[in-house]
Design a protein around this ligand. Structure first.
Ligand code: BGC
Length: 251
């Protein structure tokens, strides 16, 4: 059985679990801590070190979902995390502080990897977009079974700002929107995304996906739209899957 630690660093919470990669399920309970504020590298790494201790995972490879653009292991954006991450080589920083080889994946891409393998996207070809509705909005796009990494569809311009400030679950909470008010914003957003890329399937992820019955009626898009099967756990599972893939490629 292949078991790997997955950690999902988010704008609000940082969570981890050990994942059975062959079945896409947790083999431990999920442990969650608040992401420190400000979420500077030195403060976030303390939470990661705590999770490593909790799961007794010292020195072993693991995977990490991170809420930013990541290219060549370097962080290139900081919408919902501290600016101190910009330009940081995440892999080197984590190696220095944990002793582990850590595989980094954008958090929404990680969630999409899991959802395409074990969840609502399983076996689906064509264009599939998973949108994580959390503190911000992340996007993970698969085209005929292959990931198109680092898309940022939460950052489409809207009302002199970006859509994630209106249609994320964070925006719903901050502005105290009713499900109906928020559903309408989300509907505008989904239709815009649909117009831009004509996806065959849209999967709504993030913790709020489990409340789909409360806002689903306000959404009308000319394509198939479903709530994620794995909710907030997808990011952890996908991060662990990417770690194993990386470990196998390196050996
Ligand atoms: C970031 C994305 C991230 C998303 C969800 C956005 O603000 O730019 O990289 O995937 O939030 O955390």
């Amino acid at each position: 059985m292949k078991e790997v630690l997955g950690i999902d660093i988010g704008g609000t919470g940082t969570k981890g679990a050990i994942v059975d990669i062959e079945r896409g399920i947790f083999v431990t309970e999920k442990i969650k801590y608040a992401t420190p504020k400000p979420s500077t590298p030195n403060r976030v790494i303390e939470v990661v070190q705590q999770l490593i201790k909790d799961f007794n995972w010292q020195g072993k490879d693991f995977g990490c979902g991170f809420p930013a653009i990541i290219k060549d292991n370097t962080c290139y954006s900081a919408a919902n995390i501290d600016d101190g991450w910009l330009g940081v080589n995440l892999q080197e920083f984590f190696k220095n502080h944990t002793g582990s080889h850590v595989t980094f994946t954008n958090d929404a891409d990680a969630a999409a990897v899991a959802e395409m393998t074990y969840g609502r996207g399983k076996g689906r070809m064509g264009t599939v977009i998973l949108l994580t509705l959390g503190t911000g909005i992340g996007s993970g796009i698969f085209i005929n079974g292959s990931l198109f990494p680092n898309t940022e569809f939460g950052h489409l311009l809207y009302k002199k700002s970006v859509f994630e400030h209106y249609a994320s679950n964070g925006a719903r909470k901050k502005k105290e929107l009713s499900w109906k008010q928020w559903g309408k914003e989300l509907n505008t957003y989904l239709n815009h995304v649909h117009f831009l890329i004509s996806p065959d399937l849209i999967i709504l992820g993030g913790g709020v996906s489990k409340h789909f019955d409360k806002y689903g009626d306000y959404l009308e898009v000319p394509t198939e739209l479903v709530a994620a099967a794995m909710g907030n756990d997808a990011g952890i599972i996908g991060a662990a899957m990417m770690s194993l893939k990386d470990t196998l490629q390196r050996s």
